[in-house]
Each structure stands twice: as C-alpha cells, then as structure tokens.
Design a protein around this ligand. Sequence first.
Ligand SMILES: [Zn+2]
Ligand SMILES: [Zn+2]
Length: 122
Amino acid sequence: MAATAGIHCSYFVARKRRYCKLSPAIGKIYCGEHAHLDKDAQAESNRKRIQCPLDPKHSIYEDQLKHHLTKCNSREKNKPIYYEKNLNSGSEDSDFDLKVTLSSMSNFRVEIYHGTYQDNLH
Ligand SMILES: [Zn+2]
Ligand SMILES: [Zn+2]
C-alpha cells in the first residue's frame, strides 16, 4: 500500500483544481478511468492538421477531412438559399397543421371536459 501512496493519476480536474486521486496502473500515468486520455495524447501527436479547404481560417485533422467536409460550418454558410427555402416551406406547412389541430383539439377537449365534469358530480 505504501508503495503507491502519493502516486496519482495525471488527469488534472480543472473543476476541483487538483489531480485525479485514483491510482494509475504500474507504468501508466492515468488511472483506468482516464486511461483513454493517454491513448488520445499519443494518437494526437501522430496526426497531421491541415487547413480546411472550405475555410482556411480553421484547421482540421487530415484523417478527418472527409468527415469534416460533411459538417463544416463554412459549407452551411455557402448554401443560404437552400436553407431559407426549406425553412419557409416547412413553417407554412406546420402553421397550417397547427391551426387545424388546435381548433379541432380544443372542441374535442371541451366536450371531454364537460363529460368528465358531470361524471365527477354524480
Ligand atoms: Zn484519473
Ligand atoms: Zn471547415
């Protein structure tokens, strides 16, 4: 027990302003809970960052280029017409549906309410 005393996980808990109290396995710097950080750190150094082809203002991991191109913010900004068109047609439809549903719902509910109310009186 004394051998591991004082050895703690290298994960710094910013919220608590101290290191993780759990003991790491022999030869490791992180505990089992934070062991994935060790792997991430190693993988990180092997990865190459490149400029985003859609917006050079930010960089991405080269191996995530394909994935990034499908969700890049700059890609969204380049297609505002498509977006607006979609939103407009969508809201028209839902407004119409909402009115119909609300008016028929409130009539229905009033009937139910009166029915229940009388039932409770008996
Ligand atoms: Zn830990
Ligand atoms: Zn991007």
